[in-house]
Design a protein around this ligand. Sequence first.
Ligand SMILES: [Zn+2]
Length: 114
Amino acid sequence: MKGGFVLVRVDRPPRVGTYGNRVGGFHVSCPECGQPVAREWGSAVEALKHAAPWSLSCPGCGVSLGPNQVATQPPAALARFAVELRDVGSPDLLSPGSFVGLLGQDFRVIGVRG
Ligand SMILES: [Zn+2]
């Protein structure tokens, strides 16, 4: 892979995990109306971690949002596992096309610092 990386690690927490910026957190909003939904999303994530079914409705427009249908800034995602690459040498390596077919399922590439 272009640019390479220093370390690869698979993170597989016992329950679904939140992956994204570890410093400063992130904003969570409805992609339909822009209403902030951080509180509702956090409650839905906690419920999911305790094996409750996912449920999140935007208080602004009422649309139902799936676990990864919210807009986050900077990018973040819920996942059952992550492949972490450290000290990536090229931004091209963060292109999802670099990994097509590698994991055999839908995935997101999230660049973080720190
Ligand atoms: Zn909304």
